[in-house]
Design a protein around this ligand. Sequence first.
Ligand code: ZN
Length: 92
Amino acid sequence: MSTRQRFLYLLSALSFTVIISSYLMNSNVIADEKKTEGQKTVEKTIAKDYVCGMDVDKDKALKVEHDGKTYYFCAKHCEETFKKDPSKYLKK
Ligand SMILES: [Zn+2]
């Protein structure tokens, strides 16, 4: 390997390192943005269980349609309790 070749090799290795590290930094930024979006989504999908009062994830919760609105419940027990007397829980 001549000195010139060695220099070019080092130069390309160096620029490769710079490209990789800037790429990694960019992906960290993208990951942070995604995380923030994810938190916003979580806030949007949280609903109140009117029976026990806890916050439930709309995707996982049990759904009950009542007066054109959808209500979410943590468990079958809360769903059944609400169905028996919805007005009792909606007044609260
Ligand atoms: Zn509940």
